[in-house]
Design a protein around this ligand. Sequence first.
Ligand code: ZN
Length: 158
Amino acid sequence: MIKPIMKKITRHFTPENFALKVKRSRTGRGLFTEEAIPRGACIIEYKGRECSEEEQETSNGKYLFETGKNTMIDGNIPGNTAKYINHSCAPNCEIDIRKRRVYVFAKRNLKAGEELNYDYDTEYFDAHIKKKGCLCNKCSPMGTKATTSSPKTAKKKR
Ligand SMILES: [Zn+2]
């Protein structure tokens, strides 16, 4: 049996009260931070309702989140602001799960005004994103052109 190597990180699974805002993004709506967030900070909990085993089999909702071997939550509930966080193949946030609860952490230092994103798993990607083509900052950097007036950002990559 292969055992995953667990990274030794001390984490605080309590979201701090960062100023977050749902705004228009390139893929519809997205969640943005209005203040700087330090790397490793717990930003928000991805809240949801626990799904029954039957729901796990039949539902293929976009907001389902696996929280354990046989457990899943449906994040399509009022008050789950984290559901607005979009996918990115070069994300600035990451997910960690503790006691069947899902938390979003800052993968690096975030600046005020940045959109939050994390890497959805492959299964989700294949089911919901692949066909349309990924619109994340890594896959379609041209997408930023429409929202920024600075020509400098397009060149930044290399
Ligand atoms: Zn992408």
